[in-house]
Design a protein around this ligand. Structure first.
Ligand code: AHR
Length: 663
């Protein structure tokens, strides 16, 4: 064994990668699983999701609204709209924070038409026979408008898919609502509104939703995407960012108070991802806040995850603002701290409290049972702890049970990271958020990252991570997901200190992305779960309740030199009386394994064995919208001889083995 190890080291030195070495022998690797040593509890929050409105993840994505710029509040007020005939923009509408609206007036000539047409987000996706709820705030004196869903690309005689007329019979602003059923599946339809009678009619907050949303909510979410989130059994749901929490400047930071209450009066905010990468520029990307904090708390509840909101700490994006001028002076932080305290009251306060009342009025009198709050996103420098300290003091005083999450900066190591961790310990935050978008070599080397972490300080939240292929290989592909799976064995093995982990980013529109890889891709009608998604799902649905020791030659199996690219972890699932072993073979050689389950009592046996295999022959491939199930985990029964499983794990493969304990 020693000779083999030395050979590996020499080989590693030659090829410059200590983790990608594999022996050419077929030596069996003997794993010892100590079934009777039930170690740290694995938190229900261990695997979850991080949601940010990036890549058109909210408006144009998870938020099911189909109309872009529905309130005419983009800085170019008619962006996303085509007008024809006699249309004027006005700004004394019924909603204080969204004052713009349009007036449709009779055209000057009887043969001409007046109206507006919305292009949706990359078009409007319609499904055959599905119902769509159109609504509009309007005023008029009996004027008629005709609402049409049109297929702009049609070769048919008529562009019109379906239409209905509404009589605007209210001189005061009033909400009108109709349902339209699409006769066909069209991915890039449009909505057109004609004025069909004489006179003026005013229109504001023009909206179109599928009736069939997630859980049927009216201001609802896209069902396939929300279902995909639920299907990983997430334990935590971090929102709303990410960089959008910080804002390019403080004025454009995510302000949760603007994201609640009636949707018509939630002010439009810019979305920094519209211009962050000029090579992926989306001038029509704004935040409607239609899916605001209430909807996000509700979603967390409905997918069974603990909500984890992130609030601005008084610092705008530090990448974009090098001087302190853009930030809140420490002695003027109080309103920001108050926002954090009010948020806790919004989530947990009783229905009589100021902010709890707002939650109750929105439809949720019961508290959301918020347990965690993150202060700041990717912050650094002394300016961060200086501000965080004040938040910590105020939150501890008023809400001692709330767990506070601090930042370790944008990098997984280095100067900022080394400075911030001790600061987080000094401030006694409960968890520290670590972010790592790193290449293959990093994921291969970091399988033992948390083995040596200080157990006495704050716990770890791996709040944003993904394997970004080196040499420009930034697209989603199987190999990256395999390395994520391998690395995650180290999170799991260290579940006493790692309490949460969330891949990032979560969602991306195929026509509107700024950042990749991402967990789930979608277009206007379809979505696809990537290989990285399936890794998250395999962990989320096989979380277990407690860590149990798994070693090879008395060492954790973490892809270290001499371990043939193997990574592994073992957990006990108390509820299902099940042992779950996860093994990633990151090498390009098959590996013979012997799994010895030690410590079972004489009358105990292992039964109902199953093995889930996750593998792709093409490491560069992933699932696509056209072929969404190309690479999916496959489960089969597996027989075990007594308390030992002898098996071979194929090259580049992630395996999950499960056995129930029976008497
Ligand atoms: O996930 C994309 C971005 O990456 C997040 O907004 C930010 O926190 C990180 O830099």
């Amino acid at each position: 064994m020693k000779r083999l190890f030395l050979t590996s080291l020499i080989l590693a030195a030659i090829i410059g990668n200590t983790n990608y070495v594999f022996s050419q022998t077929n030596d069996k690797h003997v794993f010892t699983i100590e079934t009777n040593k039930i170690k740290a509890a694995i938190q229900p929050t261990m695997y979850g999701h991080f949601f940010e409105d990036i890549n058109f993840g909210a408006d144009g994505g998870l938020y099911a609204e189909l109309i872009k710029n529905r309130s005419f509040e983009f800085p170019q007020h008619l962006m996303g709209w085509r007008t024809f005939g006699n249309v004027t923009l006005r700004e004394d509408g019924p909603f204080e924070r969204n004052p713009h609206y349009v007036r449709l007036s009779s055209p000057n000539h009887s043969q001409k038409h007046t109206g507006i047409e919305n292009e949706g987000f990359f078009g409007i996706g319609l499904k055959a026979d599905a119902a769509y709820r159109f609504s509009v705030w309007a005023r008029g004196n009996g004027q008629k408008i005709r609402i049409e869903l049109i297929n702009n690309e049609t070769m048919e005689e008529s562009q019109v898919l379906t239409s209905k007329e509404i009589t605007i019979d209210s001189p005061e602003w009033k909400k009108f609502e109709i349902t339209l059923t699409s006769p066909a599946t069209i991915d890039k339809a449009r909505l057109r509104i004609f004025l069909t009678s004489k006179g003026d009619v005013d229109l504001e907050h023009v909206s179109l939703f599928p009736v069939d949303t997630w859980k049927g909510h009216k201001n609802g979410l896209r069902k396939d995407l929300a279902q995909a989130l639920a299907d990983t059994k997430p334990g935590v749901f971090r929102f709303p960012g990410g960089c959008i929490v910080e804002g390019t400047d403080l004025a454009t930071r995510y302000n949760w108070k603007n994201s609640i209450g009636p949707v018509e009066n939630r002010p439009c905010n810019e979305n920094r991802w519209h211009y962050t990468f000029p090579h992926r520029f989306f001038p029509d990307y704004f935040q409607s806040y239609g899916m605001g904090f209430y909807e996000l708390f509700l979603l967390a509840e409905e997918i069974g995850a603990e909500p984890l909101p992130v609030v601005n700490c008084g610092l705008a994006c530090q990448f974009q603002n090098e001087t302190m001028d853009a930030h809140v002076p420490v002695d003027q932080l109080d309103p920001y701290i108050q926002d954090a305290l009010d948020l806790i009251e919004f989530a947990n306060g009783d229905a009589e409290s100021e902010w709890g009342k707002q939650r109750a009025e929105m439809g949720h009198p019961e508290p959301f049972n918020l347990k965690f709050i993150a202060i700041g996103n990717e912050q650094w420098g002394p300016e961060y702890p200086e501000r965080l300290e004040r938040f910590v003091k105020a939150i501890r005083e008023q809400y001692p049970d709330i767990q506070i999450i601090g930042s370790s900066g944008p990098n997984s190591e280095g100067e900022d990271f080394d400075y911030l961790w001790p600061e987080m310990k000094r401030l006694k935050v409960d968890l520290v958020d670590e972010h790592f978008y790193r290449p293959e070599s990093w994921f291969l080397a970091e399988g033992n990252r948390y083995d040596s972490y200080d157990r006495k300080g704050p716990k770890v939240f791996a709040g944003e991570y993904a394997c970004h292929g080196a040499n420009g290989k930034k697209w989603n592909h199987f190999h990256a997901s395999l390395l994520e799976a391998a690395f995650m064995t180290g999170l799991e093995r260290n579940a006493d200190i790692v309490r949460m982990a969330t891949y990032a980013p979560l969602l991306a529109h195929v026509e509107g992305w700024q950042w990749r890889p991402d967990l789930i891709w979608f277009d206007n009608l379809r979505s696809v779960r990537t290989c990285s998604y399936y890794v998250q799902q395999l962990y989320g649905t096989n979380r277990g309740t407690h860590v149990i020791p798994l070693t090879m030659d008395k060492q954790p199996v973490s892809g270290q030199a001499g371990q043939d690219g193997l990574f592994a972890s073992a957990v006990w699932d108390e509820e299902n009386q099940r042992y779950i072993i996860k093994v990633a073979n990151t090498s390009d050689q098959p590996q013979a394994l012997q799994l010895d389950f030690k410590g079972l009592k004489k009358d105990e046996r292992l039964a109902n064995g199953s093995a889930i295999t996750f593998h792709s022959d093409d490491p560069d491939a992933d699932n696509t919208l056209d072929n969404p199930h190309a690479i999916v985990p496959k489960e089969s029964a597996i027989a075990i001889e007594g308390k030992t499983l002898v098996t071979t794990i194929h090259p580049m493969t992630f395996m999950v083995y499960r056995f129930t304990k029976e008497k």
